[in-house]
Design a protein around this ligand. Structure first.
Ligand SMILES: C=Cc1c(C(=O)O)[nH]c(=O)[nH]c1=O
Length: 312
C-alpha cells in the first residue's frame, strides 16, 4: 500500500506535506519537516524583503481550528532559496516547494526572475490569497487581476508553477475562475487558503483573541474542511487534467486526507493540525490513510482519486 503521488511530473514518496505558513518559517522548522514522514515541504511565503509581520498575539488555536493574522512574517525569498539550494544538494531525491507573494505585478516578476536565475529545481507556489496584509485585498477575489498576473507570470517563468487560492463560496465563481485558469499551463491549483477575516472571541473576557485587525483573521482547521473539500472537488471537476489539485484545509486525520483525495487532490497539505501536533503528525496521518486504504482494498491513490460518488 503506497501513499506516493506525482505532481508536475515529479514523483513524491508521500502525498502529505505542510501548508505554507506552518512549520516553515526558518531552517530550524524546515529541517523538522524535512526529517519527518512528509513527502516534501513548502516554505513560508517569501517576499522581496524580510518582514516582521503583524503584532502578537497573531495566532490562536481552539478545539475546532485556528485563527491567524500573521501578516506575512518571513525571512525574504533569498533566505529560502539558499536553504532549498542546500537541501537540493544534501537530499537530492526530493523536490521542494517555494511559496512566493509579491505586493504588485512588478514584485511578482522580480521574485520569479530571482528564482529563474538560481539553481532552484523545485516547484513554485504563487500565493494569491493572503488575507492579512492590511490594505491589500486577496488577489484571488479579483478575477481580472488574477488573469493579468498569470499572463505575465507565464511570459517570464518557465519552471513548474501553481497558485494558492482563497476559498470560493459561489458556483459561478468556480466557473469563472476555472475558465480563467484553464488558459494557463499551471502545474496545480492549491485549494484552499484560510477563510479570510473570521472572528474568534473569548466570551469570558469579552475580548477578541488576536491583536491585529481588531481580532479579524484567517480561519483554519475543522471550521474550514467542508469549504476546502468543495473547492478541491469544484476545481477538480472544472480544470483541464494537466492542472492538478493540492488539497489544503481541515486535515487532521487519515480520513480527512482520504476525503481530499476522493474529491480529486493529488497532494494534501496540513496547516492547523501540524501547528498543534508538530511534524510527527505526518507519521500518524500516513499510517491512518494506509489503514483506510487497506480496509477499502485500495493499494494506490489512483484507485480512488476523484472518485467521489453523487446521489443523483
Ligand atoms: C501569506 C500570508 C498568509 C497568512 C499570514 O501570513 O498572515 N495567513 C494565512 O492564513 N494565509 C496566508 O496566505
Amino acid at each position: 500500500i503506497s501513499t506516493k503521488t506525482t505532481l508536475a511530473g515529479i514523483h513524491f514518496d508521500n502525498c502529505l506535506m505542510n501548508a505554507a505558513g506552518v512549520y516553515c518559517y526558518d531552517a530550524s522548522e524546515l529541517n523538522q519537516i524535512q526529517n519527518s514522514m512528509a513527502g516534501t515541504f513548502v516554505t513560508k511565503t517569501g517576499t522581496v524583503t524580510p518582514r516582521t509581520g503583524n503584532q502578537v498575539p497573531r495566532y490562536r488555536a481552539t478545539h475546532l481550528g485556528s485563527i491567524n493574522s500573521m501578516g506575512l512574517p518571513n525571512k525574504g525569498l533569498q533566505y529560502y532559496m539558499d536553504y532549498i539550494s542546500q537541501q537540493q544538494k544534501a537530499v537530492p531525491h526530493k523536490t521542494y516547494f517555494q511559496s512566493i507573494a509579491g505586493f504588485n505585478l512588478a514584485e511578482d516578476e522580480y521574485l520569479l526572475a530571482q528564482i529563474q536565475a538560481s539553481d532552484f529545481t523545485g516547484v513554485v507556489e504563487l500565493n494569491l490569497s493572503c488575507p492579512n496584509v492590511p490594505g491589500k485585498p486577496q488577489i484571488g477575489y479579483d478575477f481580472e487581476t488574477v488573469e493579468k498576473i498569470l499572463t505575465r507570470v507565464f511570459e517570464v517563468y518557465r519552471g513548474p508553477l501553481g497558485i494558492k487560492l482563497p476559498p470560493y463560496f459561489d458556483i459561478v465563481h468556480f466557473d469563472q475562475m476555472a475558465t480563467i485558469l484553464n488558459q494557463f499551463p499551471l502545474a496545480f491549483v492549491n485549494s484552499v487558503n484560510s477563510i479570510g477575516n473570521g472572528l474568534i472571541i473569548d466570551s469570558l473576557s469579552e475580548r477578541v483573541t488576536i491583536k491585529p485587525k481588531h481580532g479579524f483573521g484567517g480561519i483554519g482547521g475543522d471550521y474550514l474542511k467542508p469549504t476546502a473539500l468543495a473547492n478541491v472537488h469544484a476545481f477538480y471537476q472544472r480544470l483541464k487534467p494537466s492542472i492538478q489539485i493540492i488539497g489544503t484545509g481541515g486535515i487532521k486525520s487519515g480520513q480527512d486526507a482520504f476525503e481530499h483525495i476522493l474529491c480529486g487532490a493529488s497532494m494534501v497539505q496540513v496547516g492547523t493540525a501540524l501547528h498543534a501536533e508538530g511534524p510527527q503528525i505526518f507519521a500518524r496521518l500516513t499510517a491512518e490513510l494506509k489503514t483506510i486504504m487497506y480496509q477499502k482494498g485500495y493499494t494506490t491513490l489512483t484507485d480512488f482519486r476523484g472518485k467521489l460518488n453523487y446521489l443523483d
